[in-house]
Ligand binder design. Structure first.
Ligand code: NAD
Length: 352
C-alpha cells in the first residue's frame, strides 16, 4: 500500500480560446474595480487585447517586469500601485510578470488575475523567488498564490518557437521532478505523466507549425498540469541547480532548465530507475535522460551552459552553492557529483 499526503491549492482556472474576453467579469467576480495592469515590453499587442477586455477597470499600468523578480523593480511597481489606489492586479506575460504580480500581492494582499503567455507554471504556485543583491531567495505563502488564472490559448499562438521550446521544457522539468519527489502521490503522478506525454506530443508539432492551435492547446494544458505539480510537491536537484544558476549567475530561466534537465535526470536515474522508465514511456523513447536531450536537439533548443554565457571558471562555485544546503533528492548530493554534472551540462554532452 502507498501511504501519501495530498494538499490541493485553491485557485480558479479559466481555460480556453478567447477567454481573455472574460477578464472583466473575472475581476468583478473578485469584488474589484481598480486594476493595476502588469506586462512586459515585448508583449505590446497582447497587452492591448487585455487592456481592451478590462476597459475602464484599468487605473494604472506597469510594463517593466524583469526576470528573477528584482526587488528594485517591485518597489517601483509598488509606487505605481499605491499611487493609483489599485484594488486588484492583472498580469499578462510569462513567469517574470507573474513573479512581479506575486511580489506585489505579498506586500499588499491584493487579489491577482494572471494571464499566462508562456509555459512556466508560476501562475498556479504559492511560490515566489525574488532577487536582492545578486541572490535569489524563495518563499512560499498563501498570499502569493494568484486567485484566478485565465489561460487563453490564442495569446500563445505567436510565442516564438525558441521560447516555446525552452518554456515547454521548463514545464517538462516540473513534471519529471514531481515523479521522484519525496511528496509524490497518485494525483501528482497522473498529472505529471499527462503533462510529459502532452509536452512530447505538442513540441514537435509546434516546431513544424508554431501556430498549430491544437498543439498550442495541448501544450498549455500540459503546462497547467506541470505547474500544479510544482505547486503541490517539493522539487529536487534540477530545480535547485537552475535556481542557483539563475539567481547567482544571471542565466536565463527557461533556457537553463532546457540545458540542465537531461543531466539532472541522468544523475538521479540510478536512484529511481522505475520513475525514469515511466518518464521514457510517457515521452515515447527508450531512455528518459538521453531522450530529453535528443528531443531538445531535434527542436533546436540550447544544449550547453557555455552557450548560455556561463564561464567555465564559475562551475566550481555553482556546484558548491547547489550542494551547500541539503534538500530532498533521490540520489545523494555531493559537490563532486554536482560538479561532474555541471561540467557535462557546460559542454553540452549527451548524457549516457
Ligand atoms: P519571461 O516571463 O521572462 O519571458 C521571457 C521573454 O518572453 C520576455 O521577454 C517576455 O516578454 C517574452 N514573452 C512572454 N510571452 C510571450 C509571448 N506569448 N510572445 C512573445 N514573447 C513573449 O520567462 P518565463 O520563462 O516565462 O519566466 C521566468 C521567470 O518566472 C523566472 O523569474 C522564474 O524564476 C519564474 N518562475 C517562477 C515559478 C514559481 O513557481 N515561482 C515557476 C516558473 C518560473
Amino acid at each position: 500500500m502507498r501511504t501519501f499526503v495530498h494538499t490541493s491549492r485553491s485557485s480558479r482556472v479559466v481555460f480556453g480560446s478567447g477567454t481573455v474576453g472574460r477578464l472583466r467579469e473575472e475581476v468583478e467576480r473578485l469584488g474589484c474595480s481598480r486594476v493595476l495592469l502588469l506586462s512586459s515590453r515585448p508583449l505590446a499587442s497582447t497587452t492591448t487585447r487585455v487592456r481592451e477586455a478590462l476597459g475602464d477597470l484599468v487605473v494604472a499600468e506597469f510594463g517593466g517586469a524583469a526576470m528573477h523578480t528584482p526587488v528594485e523593480v517591485t518597489e517601483r511597481a509598488l509606487d505605481v500601485l499605491t499611487h493609483a489606489s489599485a484594488d486588484a492586479i492583472v498580469a499578462v506575460g510569462g513567469g517574470s510578470t507573474t513573479g512581479l504580480s506575486k511580489a506585489l500581492a505579498l506586500r499588499t494582499d491584493l487579489p491577482q488575475v494572471i494571464v499566462p503567455t508562456t509555459y512556466a507554471g508560476s501562475e498556479v504556485t504559492p511560490v515566489l523567488g525574488e532577487t536582492r543583491d545578486g541572490r535569489k531567495v524563495t518563499q512560499s505563502s498563501p498570499a502569493i498564490l494568484p486567485e484566478t488564472v485565465v489561460y487563453d490559448v490564442d495569446l500563445t499562438l505567436a510565442l516564438p518557437l525558441p521560447l516555446t521550446v525552452t518554456s515547454g521544457v521548463n514545464a517538462l522539468a516540473h513534471a519529471v521532478e514531481a515523479l521522484y519527489s519525496a511528496d509524490a502521490n497518485p494525483v501528482t503522478d497522473r498529472q505529471a505523466l499527462d503533462a510529459i506525454s502532452g509536452i512530447a506530443r505538442a513540441l514537435p508539432r509546434l516546431a513544424a507549425d508554431p501556430a498549430d492551435p491544437e498543439a498550442r492547446t495541448g501544450l498549455l494544458h500540459a503546462a497547467w498540469l506541470a505547474g500544479t505539480c510544482l505547486a503541490t510537491v517539493g522539487m529536487g536537484l534540477h530545480h535547485k541547480l537552475c535556481h542557483t544558476l539563475g539567481g547567482s549567475f544571471g542565466l536565463p530561466h527557461a533556457e537553463t532548465h532546457t540545458v540542465v534537465l537531461a543531466h539532472a535526470m541522468a544523475y538521479n536515474a540510478r536512484a529511481v530507475p522505475e520513475v525514469m522508465r515511466r518518464v521514457a514511456d510517457a515521452l515515447g523513447v527508450p531512455d528518459a535522460p538521453s531522450g530529453v536531450y535528443d528531443l531538445i536537439v531535434s527542436l533546436g533548443g540550447p544544449t550547453s551552459l557555455c552557450e548560455l554565457g556561463l564561464a567555465e571558471s564559475d562551475l566550481a562555485r555553482a556546484a558548491e552553492l547547489a550542494a551547500a544546503k541539503p534538500y530532498p533528492n533521490p540520489r545523494e548530493l555531493t559537490t563532486e557529483g554536482i560538479g561532474e554534472l555541471l561540467a557535462g551540462a557546460w559542454q553540452g554532452r549527451r548524457p549516457q
